[in-house]
Design a protein around this ligand. Structure first.
Ligand code: C2E
Ligand code: MG
Ligand code: MG
Ligand code: MG
Length: 290
């Protein structure tokens, strides 16, 4: 019976793998249709200055509305878009759309756009970025590109050249999800980042009395500060977390405590009431995950 059980489990495992591969292939096909039929939308989440408690800008976050399955989160399709190469086209659409939306917002508000490692390895990226900026007629200094540490995995010369080219375009650069990847201080030394985004995993649980996460946040902010970079704490959900990341020196905060990602027209509407941001949320209990 034990043997049977073992074989049965193996069988299930193989079936699972098969089902997973099929689902992935289906998603990739659907993603191709999505590009043609423009089923994407950008949502925007503000990042807030701790010093002035005002909105500095919005991060553009990709949403896919699937005709049958409804909303599909980026965690389920961005990797597939990267593997299939579709991310170049989707990413170009995102850059153009974000710049057009930015053109409707006050001059002192920026937009941050996520750029995947595959886009970053594409030599066309600087011209795609500068054409999106020119078409929208916005100042390049108002556009921030969010890059993860994974870009450093590929060849050095190409990476260095890409940083230089993007700096020539005049955009700001942010290092996203810092601390989760292959974090090397060498990257911080040679890459011209304007901002480090501290990953949510450090913020979560940072409020515990004996907090290693708190110590890590404090170290990152002091390092960033000495290098002349801003720090944004990602995923701040509670007032306790907000107090703590502020105390540890984060210059900016992004998270549900200020706002969930909202539609472009809601962001535009929100800005009409001014830039002042008010933290609103539970003291210490995290809200249920979206
Ligand atoms: P990310 O760039 O690190 O974006 C932050 C993620 O954290 C977003 O998830 C956002 O909705 C979520 N978030 C913000 N505040 C909170 C909070 O207080 N609590 C919690 N639990 N979550 C919070 P989202 O929108 O699902 O995006 C996931 C990831 O997908 C992004 O992580 C980014 O890596 C990728 N992504 C999103 N849009 C794009 C895009 O246009 N291009 C590329 N290449 N990747 C994208
Ligand atoms: Mg990001
Ligand atoms: Mg992040
Ligand atoms: Mg992320």
């Amino acid at each position: 019976a034990a043997k049977d059980g073992g074989r049965g489990r193996y069988h299930f495992y193989a079936e699972d793998l098969h089902a997973e591969a099929e689902e992935k292939a289906q998603l990739e096909q659907d993603l191709r249709d999505a590009v043609v039929h423009r089923q994407f939308e950008l949502y925007y989440q503000p990042f807030v200055s701790m010093q002035s408690e005002t909105i500095c800008g919005f991060e553009a976050l990709l949403r896919w509305f699937h005709p049958e399955k409804g909303w599909i989160p980026p965690s389920r399709f961005v990797a597939i878009a990267e593997e299939s190469g579709l991310i170049d086209e989707i990413g170009e659409w995102a850059l153009r759309t974000a710049c057009q939306d930015l053109a409707r917002w006050p001059e002192d508000v920026r937009v941050a756009v996520n750029v995947s490692a595959r886009q970053f390895a594409n030599p066309q990226l600087p011209s795609v970025v500068s054409s999106a900026i020119r078409r929208a007629g916005v100042d390049p200094g108002r556009v921030e590109l969010e890059i993860t540490e994974s870009v450093f995995l590929s060849d050095d010369e190409g990476t260095d050249a890409m940083f230089a080219a993007l700096k020539r375009v005049g955009v700001r650069l942010a290092l996203d999800d810092f601390g989760t990847g292959y974090s090397s201080l060498g990257y911080l030394k040679k890459a011209p980042f304007d901002k480090i985004k501290i990953d949510q995993s450090f913020v979560r649980g940072a409020t515990e009395a004996d907090s290693r996460n708190g110590a890590i946040i404090a170290s990152i902010t002091s390092l960033a500060h000495s290098l002349g970079m801003d720090t944004t704490a990602e995923g701040v959900e509670t007032l306790d977390e907000l107090d703590l990341v502020r105390m540890h020196g984060c210059s900016h905060v992004q998270g549900f405590i200020y706002e969930r990602p909202i539609r472009a027209e809601d962001a535009t509407q929100r800005l009409l009431t001014g830039l002042t941001a008010v933290a609103q949320g539970p003291r210490s209990t995290r809200a249920p995950r979206q």
